[in-house]
Design a protein around this ligand. Structure first.
Ligand code: H2U
Length: 338
């Protein structure tokens, strides 16, 4: 097979059954678009996530000393499914049920994940695990989505480090597609796609950014965001509830290393959306699933120039300029100076 990755091509994403257009020759194009000023990190005495402070709904936070979880005061989902339904020709709507919680990592308003001690990071992982067990333990929950938006550029409404969890009685569209792809792959090839992916990336090495005995960070072959990564386990595991103590310790370590690496790329707190994928809850057959973290950071050229998902990408298909291999190399270089 002959393949010149420096020429325009498209790459297949087997997780989502979709393609990304890769146009490496465009990296030289001039940029006169939007430049965003860096956001200074300052303490806000009225922060609604800080210990002892008032939230927008008038409730007061406890004087918490570690992690802190509360029901989102502006939840996107409600535990009551009382909307009814509408099913008239093309126009279809269904009632849904769910819970949304805010997951605060630490009392310190300025401490990000990578700033935490190993013990504090472990508390965050324990919190994710508890949330999956607790919400997945509700018989009606199908999908537990844990995520974090870091930085104003990614829509974080407050710099105090926090994530969220949304649990729903339905499979959201992206995991639904992933479920379908993972199931089909297992049926066709008799192996778990995610385990195969970790093994093949380990062999190929060129897209591996970081690794330790339990985990590896790769820029996926089909990455859409310039410095997109996946944190994959090097062992079989389908959900957070099954994580063991030593796996949690090395997970905390590699996640912190990854965030420090990101912060090195453009010498700024690298904005991202991070999401945790794992098997659907209350579902019988999940052998095709795996636990992994996905990081979607928007920065492209500097601390202030981001990639926009617009134009061709809204109407036709995702597109990237620098190749995933080059992005992985750049990230490895940044990791090496830490
Ligand atoms: P983001 O920064 O990722 O938007 O998360 C903050 C969440 O905190 C957001 O979903 C909630 C918002 O609804 N929130 C509260 O629940 N209570 C508040 O007092 C303010 C914000």
């Amino acid at each position: 097979m002959s393949f010149n990755p420096q020429r325009p091509h498209r790459r297949y994403n087997p997780l989502l059954n979709e393609w990304v257009l890769v146009s490496p020759h465009r990296t030289q194009r001039p940029w006169q678009g939007k430049v965003e000023p860096p956001v200074p990190r300052t303490v806000d005495p009225n922060c609604y996530l800080c210990p002892g402070n008032l939230r927008a709904n008038g409730e007061r936070n406890p004087n918490y000393t570690s992690t802190f979880v509360f029901d989102n005061d502006y939840a996107a989902l409600s535990p009551q499914d009382d909307a009814g339904e509408w099913n008239v020709g093309l126009f279809r709507a269904e009632q849904v049920r769910g819970l949304c919680r805010v997951l605060v990592y630490h009392p310190n308003h300025l401490a990000h994940l990578a700033d935490l001690t190993a013990e504090e990071m472990r508390a965050v992982i324990d919190m994710w695990q508890d949330q999956y067990r607790d919400l997945g333990g509700l018989g009606w929950v199908r999908w537990v989505q844990i995520f974090e938006n870091r930085g104003e550029m990614m829509g974080a409404s407050n710099p105090h480090p926090h994530g969220q969890v949304w649990a729903s009685n339905f499979m959201p569209s992206v995991p639904e597609r992933m479920d379908e792809s993972l199931r089909r792959y297992r049926e066709k090839h008799g192996v778990n796609l995610l385990e195969e992916l970790a093994q093949k990336e380990d062999e190929a090495k060129e897209r591996v950014v970081l690794q330790n005995p339990h985990w590896m960070v790769v820029v996926p072959f089909w990455a859409v965001w310039p410095f997109e990564t996946l944190v994959l386990p090097r062992f079989s595991i389908s959900h957070l509830g099954l994580l063991q103590a030593d796996q949690k310790e090395s997970l905390g370590n590699i996640l912190q290393q990854l965030i420090r690496t990101y912060d090195q790329v453009f010498q700024c707190p690298f904005p991202y959306s991070m999401g945790i994928y794992q098997a659907p809850a209350n579902t019988d057959h999940t052998e095709h699933w795996g636990l992994f973290w996905a990081f979607a950071p928007p920065l492209l050229r500097s601390a202030t120039v981001r990639k926009f998902m617009v134009g061709y990408e809204i109407f036709a298909q995702a597109q990237r300029d620098i190749t995933p291999e080059l992005a992985a190399q750049r990230l490895r270089e940044c990791a090496a100076v830490l």
